[in-house]
Structures are given as C-alpha cells and as structure tokens.
Write a protein of this length. Sequence first.
Length: 278
Amino acid sequence: MAGVGNQSGVMGKVGVKLSLLALILLAIGIWLLGNKGTGLKWPVKIASLPVKYVRTEGVFQNLAKEDLKAVLEPLVTVGFLEADMQAIHLAVAALPWVGTVAVKRIWPDTIDIKVTEKKPYARWGKDSLITEQGVIFTPKTIAAHQHLIILSAPEQRRLDVLEIMKGINTALADESLQLAEFTINNRWSWDIKVTSGLKILLGRDEQLKKLQRFLKTLPLLGQQQVDSMAVVDLRYPNGYAVSWKAEAPAIDWGAVNFLEDGSGIGQENVMNGHIKKQ
C-alpha cells in the first residue's frame, strides 16, 4: 500500500508540470497568432520596448538638471534593454559636481539614477574646489563659493594640507581671526592670509610653533595695533618682523608688556624678543 501511495504522489507532480507546460505553450501560440505576418521575433519585440522614463534622485544645490539631461539624452533614446547602463554611469559620473552615482533599470520602461553631489570644503587655486576628502574638481564657475578658504599647494600633498589648514583655522579663530588663504610652495614654505588682509609668513620650519608664539602676543598689543599690521614675518628664530599699514598710528612700545614663556620682558628686549619693529 505504501508503494502505491508514493506512485500516486509522483504521478500527481508529473501531472502538474505537464499542465503548466501546456499553459505556457498555449500562451506562446496565442501570441504568435496575434503577431502573424509581422516578421518580428519575440526577443526582438521585447528589446524594442522604449525607455519612457528617466528618473533622477538626489538633493541638488549646484548640479544643474540641464547638465544631466544633456549627457543622458543621447543614451536613452534606444530600447529599454539596449540602454547601456555602464555608459550612462560613466557619463553622469564625469560631471564635475557628481560625487557618487548608481544606475539601474526598472521594468518595463524606467531607468533610475541616484546621484549625490560633491560638497566643496575649500577653493583650490583660482578655478577649482576641493572636498574635505581631498577630491579636486573644476566646475564651470565657482562664483557662489568665493567665501571658502583658498588653498594653493602641491597636489600630491593635498590631504596633508587640508589637515594643516584645519589646525591653523582653529588657532586663528581662538584669537578672533579668520583664515582666508593658505599657500604652501614646492619647498614647503607656508604663507597665510586672514580676512582682514594681514599676511603672515611662516617659512619652512616649526611653522605651527611660530604661529602659536605670534598669536600669544596679540592680546598684549591690542586690537588697534593688530588691525594696523600689513605683513608679519615669522621667519626668525626668536621673534618676528612687522610691516605696518601706511595709515597705522604710532605705537608707544614702552607701554607694551611682552611675555615670553609666561614671564614679562621690558622695552629693552623688544627687538630681540617676540617683536622686531620693521
């Protein structure tokens, strides 16, 4: 009896498979009759389905949808299955403001494109921008980003420069100064400029130590004297030289109490201490 039961179960499964096969063959037959005389094969018919919709997703502040449309239009005028996903990906990714891009088909007529924008962290030279991750890119215009700090440095050291810039920016902010430009030449000599126009020359060695020493003297000088500085040259082992603006008022150096390593020094040591009057 057990053997008869097993045999019945197998026969039942075979019957279901045969029924499904018959339904599939019937559907194909009906479709072929409906398209008789057209001369089209089934695979060709499917491949020729058009792309009806191109859906772009993302928050765009700088990326123009017109630029997306311009690169996509030539690539989506083919059949849905003929559209080259890799070509679409490369074309969108090549746009300057595009950070990441993901492309996929959505049956039966849609191509979905997800895009994220690059976020500029600073200006790189005159015409380019740089992200916090060190990606340099050059859009059509950077007019809307003139407020960003300008960086000029050897490109291969850009990640180092970004980290140094962050430290300098924090140190300046503690003294109510704001970094505007940071330049490092091929010999690794540093120059910085703040938004007030003051230029600070830091040289090639112990730049951060010298900057901190200079910043310690600013509260002693007072805001009026600081605002009168045009150029500060920190390329000295024990002090710095100052070039004053033409309209700068005269300074009573005897009234200034300088500090060195936490102790006061008098007027007689001004030239050899933190400040050398130029």
